[in-house]
Design a protein around this ligand. Sequence first.
Ligand code: PEP
Ligand code: CO
Length: 461
Amino acid sequence: MNTYNDVSESLQPNANWKPNSWRDKDVLQQPTWPDQEAQEAILNQIRDLPPLVFAGEAKDLTTELAAVARGEAFLLQAGDCAESFDTSADSIRDRLRVILQMAVVLTYYTGVPVLKIGRIAGQFAKPRSNDTETVDGVELPSFRGHIVNDPSFTAGARTADPSRLLTAYNRAAATLNLLRAFTKGGFADLSRVHQWNREFVAASPVGQRYEELAEEIDRAVQFMHACGVTSDRLAELSQVDFYTSHEALLLDYEEALTRCDSLTNEWYDCSAHMLWIGERTRQIDGAHVEFLRGVQNPLGCKIGPTTTPTEVHQLCSALNPEKIPGRLTLITRMGATKIIDQLPPLLEAASEADHPVVWVCDPMHGNTFTTSDGHKTRHFEDVLAEVSGFFAVHRLVGTIPGGVHLELTGDDVTECLGGGTEVFNSDLGQRYESMCDPRLNGEQSVELAFRLAELLRDSDR
Ligand code: PEP
Ligand code: CO
């Protein structure tokens, strides 16, 4: 078993940090496991399992994020709100496919490389506003993501089941394996750019626009082939780098996958390349900040409309004391109506202290509302308005808008309102499949990429 005494204290980057030092702090948003012994036994098994990602990959991602911070690349971080254990291989492929489509649109129109990070292969745990949910007078524990329980409203389904921790690890491993195969094994080849367009997207005006762009890329690829530049000579034509990320919420699980890199003697949380802290768990003296400050993966932290400049300063100092470019991404989720007022002082706080933040806009979580018939939704135009405000504020303050953080799926769902082939209020019930927050569907996602590309071109980033 992996113990923390393997590495001498003096070699640790943070002498007063250990993978379990978070246990001395207040820890929010953890489930109540009814059988503690069973949970401990499962965690011991996970401690003995191989890491899901390697330290070198996480380090490479930090380097790539540093390019984002300098404005030399654009970050597209996207995927499900809550990943399901029941996700099919087709659904994983289609999520990857829509992210590749979006990246092609953005790269083509802006000439800037797009760094791709999925909310995938581990995005199984959800923070909740309430510990319990009451339906028709029956009170049960809230659904906390498939890593904890099941969304069905029965006492059995909602009881936290530790065997799900192991299933999460296995699911993450299988998803990652498939992603590696798709991104390195030919699916991402630029000559397949047409084939990424799914039928339901291709039939729409934005799909047609994508087809035209794919036509131009095809011609460019043929031209390169004629000049002798082929996929077997230039890997960039046929392979893409794709990184994984999730909210590091269940600290027991994250700790069990935290390993000391034998080359550098540094600690990495090997459950994903990048981990982020959610809006509900970013307390400066809390367990989540304590845990993540000690691992060397690139980190994200969500910051909402109540965040103060002092908090930004404290988070930067705690999570990136050495001011390493690419180490810390602050993901702002203000809401379309608040971003113009709330964001500037936060950007200034980091700039004044010379903190090299990667600034990313999550235009989803500040724009959620519930319709009169009970659907949690977001409007495409609000999402776009928040991104537009994000670019405007950065231009004003002189900081760099690094990218976007989105909840989307490649499937033809009806969860968010609006978009070119407009989803109306009355459509929401048709294909509402999210277990948690509403996601942009494939067509809305590609449309957003075109609108983003226009904003980026206009913002002389
Ligand atoms: C999320 O990303 O799904 C989420 C819960 O976000 P936030 O922490 O910003 O509310
Ligand atoms: Co969400």
